[in-house]
Design a protein around this ligand. Structure first.
Ligand code: F6P
Length: 322
C-alpha cells in the first residue's frame, strides 16, 4: 500500500481533526502517502484533492469542525456519482479510502466498495453515537459536555423564575445524547426515541414533579422522540399546564462545535491510527471501533441500519433519581 485518500463527510463532529492527524502521521510512519479530499464525497467527485505532509496536520488536534471540510452530497447517493468518484480515485492512484463520518458516510462508502471494488475503512465520527461497532463515536463525549453545560446554564435561569423548561437535544433517531445529558443535568424527565412517549404519561409525571413544589423543572427531549420534539410537546402541554411558565430551548448546532474533550482526542487518535494499520494488514470494508477499550473491526455494512442499543440501566437510573 503506497497511497491512501482521506475525507470527512456528513455532519462534522469534534475530534475529526484529531483522527485526520493520526491517519496522516501513522501513514507517513509506514511510508504511505496521504491525499486529502476536501468537502467529503462532493470534493471527491469534483477532484478537490491534494497531498498532505505531517506538518500540515500540526496544531489541529485541539480544533473542532473539520479542516478537511464536510458536505452532504446528493450526487454520491446515485450510482453515476459513485462511478465518477471511482474514476477520480483511480486517476490519483489512491489504493484505499479512509472515510471519517457517520451512517450516511458509511452507507456511501459500502456502496462505492461494492460497485467499484475499492478498499475502504470507516472511522466512526458523529455526535449521535448511533453506529454499531464502537462503544462511543468521535465527538459524542464533547457534544455531551457541551449540552450538559448548556443545561446547567438553563437550570440557573429556570430556577430564578421557577420555570418549566423543555430542552431539545440532537441525536437524530437516537437518544444517547438526551439520556446522558439528562442524567448529568439532573433532568426531571427525559424523553427518548427508544422508549415510547405517551403524552398522558408525560403530563402525569410532570404533575407529580410540579406538585412536589420543585423550584424549577427541566425536561430533556431527544430531537428524534416520536412526539416530534420540544415545540410539539410544549403545544400539547399548554392547555393543562397554563399556570406554569413554560419555555422551550432547542440547543441545535452548538452541540456540534467546540474543542474536542480529552476523551474524544484520545479516541480519535486511536481510531485514526488503527484505520491505517489495519489497512496495511490487508483489512478492508470494515469500521474501526473501540469496544471494551480494545480496537474492534466490524464489517462496514453491519454498522448502520440496525439500531444501536441504549443502556436501559441508565433509563431506570434516570427514573429513580427523578
Ligand atoms: O448527525 C449529526 C446531526 O447533528 C444530528 O444530530 C442532526 O439531526 C443532524 O446532524 C443535523 O444535520 P444538518 O447539520 O445537516 O442540519
Amino acid at each position: 500500500m503506497k497511497k491512501i485518500g482521506v475525507l470527512t463527510s456528513g455532519g462534522d463532529s469534534p475530534g475529526m481533526n484529531a483522527a485526520f492527524r493520526a491517519i496522516v502521521r501513522t501513514a507517513h510512519g509506514l511510508d504511505i502517502d496521504v491525499l486529502a479530499i476536501r468537502h467529503g464525497y462532493k470534493g471527491l467527485i469534483n477532484d478537490d484533492i491534494s497531498k498532505v505532509t505531517s506538518n500540515d496536520v500540526s496544531n489541529i488536534i485541539q480544533r473542532g469542525g473539520t479542516v478537511l471540510k464536510s458536505a452532504r452530497c446528493d450526487e454520491f447517493r446515485e450510482p453515476e456519482g459513485r462511478a465518477e468518484a471511482a474514476k477520480v480515485l483511480e486517476k490519483h492512484g489512491i489504493e484505499a479510502l479512509v472515510t471519517i463520518g457517520g451512517d450516511g458516510t458509511f452507507q456511501g462508502a459500502a456502496l462505492l466498495a461494492k460497485e467499484h471494488d475499492i478498499n475502504v475503512i470507516g472511522v466512526p465520527a458523529t455526535i449521535d453515537n448511533d453506529l454499531v461497532g464502537s462503544d462511543e463515536t468521535i465527538g459524542y463525549d464533547t457534544a455531551l459536555n457541551t449540552a450538559m453545560e448548556a443545561i446547567d446554564k438553563i437550570r440557573d435561569t429556570a430556577d430564578a423564575h421557577d420555570r418549566l423548561f423543555l430542552v431539545e437535544v440532537m441525536g437524530r433517531d437516537a437518544g444517547f445524547i438526551a439520556l446522558e445529558t439528562g442524567i448529568a443535568g439532573g433532568a426531571e424527565l427525559i424523553l427518548l426515541p427508544e422508549s415510547l412517549t405517551d403524552i398522558d404519561e408525560v403530563k402525569s409525571s410532570l404533575n407529580k414533579v410540579l406538585s412536589e413544589q420543585r423550584r424549577s423543572s427541566l425536561v430533556v427531549i431527544a430531537e428524534g422522540d416520536e412526539t416530534g420534539g420540544a415545540m410539539k410537546i410544549s403545544e400539547a402541554l399548554k392547555p393543562d399546564f397554563s399556570k406554569y411558565e413554560m419555555r422551550v430551548c432547542i440547543l441545535g448546532h452548538v452541540q456540534r462545535g467546540g474543542n474536542p474533550t480529552a476523551r474524544d482526542r484520545v479516541l480519535a487518535s486511536r481510531l485514526g491510527s488503527a484505520a491505517v494499520t489495519v489497512l496495511k494488514e490487508g483489512h478492508s470494508q470494515v469500521m474501526v471501533g473501540v469496544v471494551n477499550n480494545k480496537i474492534k473491526l466490524t464489517p462496514l455494512k453491519m454498522t448502520f441500519g440496525k439500531k444501536k442499543d441504549i443502556n436501559f440501566d441508565l433509563v431506570e437510573l434516570a427514573k429513580m433519581l427523578r
